[in-house]
Design a protein. Structure first.
Length: 442
């Protein structure tokens, strides 16, 4: 493959979640991708240990998805979905509904995880209003939660760096559960930690403080990803479910990372056997080939809202120009077919024990203070350098990239989430590279 010359002006693109000056002084540019590998602008192959940004679950440039997008672009490039429709929008929603937890078969399309979260929060408010409890407006998130970057998402989110610059304008009626991360009790847990289910009981404290009649919804990531892979303690999610049910509070699972096979099932809800009322999705919905997200709502939530207004009235004043964009919908249908045909969720399930063994073999390496995992996602927490949090993980990330492996990091936590087509040899190479790099980092 011929590689284009690297462009010499990087100044116009204001990069997201990036140290722009640092990056532009020493850029890392990806030019093409296929299967498990990226190719850089200087012609090097890089093993994708993070499925892009946790989103390319079937591997890159899959022919069936590429063909579906190309054909759709030539057939119907755009169609509105406000008071209009196109067949693929309905087909994509049905396909996704088929693999959602039982009862969550009404799907609202968005273009990203952030939009899915804000949509889910609005649906929760609209639901209570439609059933005559419009005073239920409070939203409960969790410390360290990541729910994207909309004002709703950062308000219920719990990562202070994402909130502090905007703190004067966050949603006012929000409270937070405590996070579940505790190395004293749970360091080096394989799969779900044994300690910590009781942390869900804090919801009872919050209910006692605000009164259930003011609370609309609780939103959590079943496995918190972007904050550094926090696996829920055994029994924790069920307890949250029980408390929400007891008090008439909606439970929202933000499955933007856990959806579509990351844990070896279609959803984390299926994996844990705990069903929320509303489920957000995005990343792997169409293998990240075209921006798309979605919200699956229970029949109860959907029907309550949709049947509340007069016939002929718009029931939910919400939506995006690109909701169910034809290219995104075509890619979603092709992706869901591919997941099923290749049994990729089952493949992830079968590989998980090997992935677990490989990542836990890093225990005892220099700087490593925790290893945690579930399905095909893992986090490795490093000791921070004095006065320079995040610097060590950044150096590991850069050195891994130079050694031909792409990983993620947040603070001093390394995160791994390869495409579900990863081979055992590639898993060994991924963690072998990390081991070698850790040995060279101060
Ligand atoms: C759980 C969760 N929710 C929401 C988002 C936001 O998604 P997006 O970046 O597509 O807006 C993310 C992104 O990482 C996420 O992990």
């Amino acid at each position: 493959m011929t590689s284009r010359p690297v462009i010499d002006d990087l100044s116009s693109f204001w990069m997201p979640f990036t140290a722009n000056r640092q990056f532009k002084a020493a850029p890392r540019l990806l030019e093409s991708a296929r299967g498990m590998y990226y190719r850089t602008s200087d012609g090097r192959e890089v093993l994708d240990g993070s499925a892009g940004l946790w989103c390319v679950n079937a591997g890159h440039a899959r022919e069936e998805i590429v063909a579906a997008i190309a054909q759709q672009a030539a057939t119907l490039d755009f169609a509105p979905t406000f008071q209009m429709g196109h067949p693929l929008a309905f087909e994509a929603a049905s396909k996704i509904a088929e693999i959602m937890p039982a009862g969550l078969d009404r799907v609202f399309f968005t273009n990203s995880g952030s939009e899915s979260v804000d949509t889910a929060l609005k649906i929760a408010l609209a639901y209570h209003r439609a059933r005559g409890e419009g005073q239920r407006t409070k939203l409960i998130g969790r410390e360290r939660g990541y729910h994207g970057v909309g004002f709703g998402g950062i308000s219920v989110g719990g990562i202070s760096a994402n909130r502090k610059a905007f703190s004067g304008q966050l949603l006012p009626a929000v409270d937070h559960l405590p996070h579940t991360h505790n190395l004293e009790h749970n360091a080096f847990s394989k799969g779900q930690p044994a300690w910590g289910a009781h942390l869900a009981d804090d919801l009872e404290r919050i209910v006692a403080l605000h009164d259930a009649s003011t609370i609309a919804a609780v939103i959590v990531e079943p496995v918190a990803g972007s904050t550094g892979v926090l696996v829920p303690p055994q029994g924790y999610l069920q307890r949250l479910r029980d408390i929400c049910t007891k008090h008439g509070i909606l439970l929202i699972f933000d499955e933007v990372i856990t959806g579509f096979g990351r844990l070896g099932k279609a959803t984390a809800s299926e994996y844990f056997g705990v069903t929320p009322d509303i489920l957000t999705m995005a990343k792997a919905i169409n293998n990240a080939a075209v921006p798309m997200g979605g919200v699956a709502a229970s029949r109860t939530v959907h029907d309550t809202i949709v049947n509340s207004g007069a016939p002929g009235a718009i029931e939910l004043f919400h939506g995006y120009t690109y909701s169910a964009h034809p290219l995104a919908a075509a890619a979603a249908i092709a992706t869901q077919d591919l997941y099923r045909r290749e049994g990729l969720f089952e493949r992830a399930h079968a590989l998980a024990p090997k992935f677990e063994a490989a990542v836990h073999a890093l225990r005892g390496e220099k700087h490593v203070k925790d290893v945690r995992n579930l399905g095909l996602v893992a986090g490795v927490e490093l000791e921070s350098r004095d006065g320079a949090p995040g610097a060590r993980a950044y150096e590991v990330f850069v050195k891994c990239f130079e050694a031909g492996v792409l990983i993620r990091f947040t603070g001093d936590i390394l995160a791994f989430s390869p495409p579900l087509i990863v081979s055992e040899e590639e898993i060994a190479r991924l963690f072998g590279t990390v081991r070698d790099v850790l040995a060279t980092v101060q």
